[in-house]
Write a protein that binds this ligand. Structure first.
Ligand code: BES
Ligand code: ZN
Ligand code: ZN
Length: 523
């Protein structure tokens, strides 16, 4: 079974008149109460006006209207060649630029959904000329919405006997500039394509069952990626981890029959540029270990690698689109957490990379153990300006924030500001939670330097972050707890049920506009 499923869905510019497009669906994006399609031709503008007059369609957010040009009176010599025309609503212009971006992603998702409903294979979308946003961003957000909304994963289903029962997916998207600068549209389309494809690749990794997506697949994907891009890749195996003393990853791996990996990807620009370190939890299945999880819903724990997938996919996207002024290193500690005969037991003491010891209270608090080694190793090896880790770390973050906001915990206000801004831009909001010595005390151990879980469940997300903080020293660091947002997230037109690919777009946005950190701030 191929570990990567995303078959090529293409997206490209269409540089003839939209009415010459002879594909399955031609979509126009309509702002609320602005019943005019620019240069779409008299006939279509008339139809839109009539439809709006009936009140059936007003261009409201996610509203649609489908029509068949062959049934309408066509203009002599000016006929629309597409089989169908879709009007898709953008809603009212909003003052907030983040909202305008999100509207475009949402409308992209809606077009993809409508296209699937009619089994369209070729779809042309005309960009809205008077939409108050930079042309690069218009094309980028729309391309993202189309590709993300078109996502399907059916690799493990036998194909239906009848071809017509095949689940539908668009194969070719086209964008028409709608009168916007073609070079800007081309640039935005290329960014949206790379970021959308990377996010879908992260969803694929998560959708694979844990018997197919193991630590070795993480390493294999990264190695292949490094062959076709400028990224450098290394993967530390169990022997290398033993030499380095990575007792966290090795400890969690003890109960599993599948060997661990520490996958390393490097994006290098210039030595003089600062390095940013990304670390993602690549726990390919979390049974809880000896502190076994209850069976109901345990199958979802194949998604416990979504942080690692997001880091790997973000590295893929930045290798394709490039980011200036920074070097980026991605680390993915990957292992299963199983309850085999050699598994860690509550009460055991492990020694992390760098020497710190930890008393295991609960073997289900394993994410922090593998991240601790990766954080300490990454900081010692690369001396980054800042570190961002991403992990499905605690059930507690779901109790606190539900499925709509990612938890953000950080020792640096400037880093917090950059991440919050990046998340808001891409429609992946975060909410900051506190850190502090009063919480840190909850993981004091009587027998070791630290223990891996507090004695009660209070502030579970914060105590988990306090554990990680022990391994970053003074380095500016942010932890994103995506346990609530990595799957079955707020359903949106461009985020279907299942893994959302959260974090990829936030990381890419954050790296793309990195502003550096003033070194005065220490906490
Ligand atoms: N992978 C889980 C966290 C999780 C739970 C993610 C639910 C997504 C949905 C993590 O390894 C875990 O089990 N954490 C424990 C920690 C506790 C034992 C201190 C938790 O949150 O219950
Ligand atoms: Zn766990
Ligand atoms: Zn886990």
């Amino acid at each position: 079974m191929s570990p990567v499923h995303t078959e090529a869905v293409t997206i490209q510019l269409f540089d003839q008149e939209p009415r010459a497009f002879a594909g399955d669906l031609l979509a126009y994006l309509v702002e609320e109460d602005i019943f005019h399609l620019g240069d779409a031709g008299k006939a279509l503008n008339r139809v839109l006006q009539q439809v709006c007059d009936t009140g059936d369609f007003k261009g409201g957010k996610e509203q649609t209207f489908l029509l068949y040009p062959s049934l309408a009176a066509q203009e002599e010599g000016n006929a629309v060649c597409a089989k169908r025309v879709l009007f898709a609503g953008l809603g009212k212009q909003d003052d907030a630029i983040h909202v305008r971006r999100e509207r475009l992603r949402l409308v992209g998702g809606v077009v993809a959904q409508q296209a699937a409903a009619i089994k369209a294979k070729d779809v042309l979308v005309v960009l809205p000329k008077d939409y108050l946003l930079d042309a690069v961003e218009i094309a980028e957000c729309l391309a993202e919405g189309l590709l993300l909304g078109n996502y399907r994963f059916d690799l493990y289903k036998s194909p239906p006997k009848d071809e017509k029962d095949q689940p539908a997916r668009v194969e070719r998207f086209y964008l028409h500039d709608g009168g916007l600068s073609q070079s800007a549209v081309r640039k935005g389309l290329e960014r949206g394509r790379a970021i959308g494809e990377a996010t879908n690749a992260a969803r694929d990794m998560a959708n694979h069952p844990a018997n197919y997506w193991t630590p070795a697949e993480f390493a294999e994907y990264a190695k292949k990626l490094s062959k076709r891009t400028s990224l450098k890749c290394k993967a530390l195996d169990k022997g290398a981890m033993q030499k380095l003393g990575m007792g966290g990853i090795l400890g969690v791996n003890q109960g599993s029959a599948v060997p661990p990996q520490l996958v390393i990807l490097e994006y290098r620009t210039n030595r003089k540029n600062p390095t940013l370190l990304l670390v993602g939890k690549g726990l390919t299945f979390d049974s809880g270990g000896v502190s076994l999880k209850p069976p109901a819903g345990m199958e979802d724990m194949k998604y416990d690698m979504c942080g690692g997938a997001a880091v790997l996919a973000a590295m893929q996207a930045i290798a394709e689109i490039g980011v200036a002024g920074v070097n980026v290193v991605g680390l993915i500690p990957a292992t299963e957490n199983m309850a085999g005969a050699a598994a860690l037991k509550p009460g055991d003491v492990i020694r992390h990379y760098g020497g710190k010891t930890s008393e295991i209270i609960n073997t289900d608090a394993e994410g922090r153990l593998i991240l601790a080694d990766a954080l300490a190793y990454g900081i010692a090896t690369y001396q980054p300006e800042a570190v961002i880790d991403m992990a499905t770390l605690t059930g507690a973050v779901i109790i606190g924030l539900g499925h709509h906001y990612t938890g953000l915990l950080t020792n640096n206000d400037q880093l917090a500001a950059q991440l919050l801004e990046a998340g808001a831009q891409v429609g992946e909001p975060q909410w900051r939670l506190p850190l502090g010595p009063e919480y840190r005390k909850q993981i004091d151990s009587r027998v070791a330097d630290i223990k891996n879980a507090g004695s009660d469940r209070s502030a579970g997300t914060i105590t988990a972050a306090c554990y990680l903080q022990e391994f970053v020293g003074e380095t500016p660091w942010a932890h994103l707890d995506i346990a609530g947002t990595a799957w079955n997230f707020t359903e949106k037109s461009y985020i279907p049920k299942g893994p959302s690919g959260v974090g990829v777009r936030t990381l890419v946005a954050c790296l793309s506009q990195w502003k550096g950190l003033k070194s005065v701030e220490k906490k």
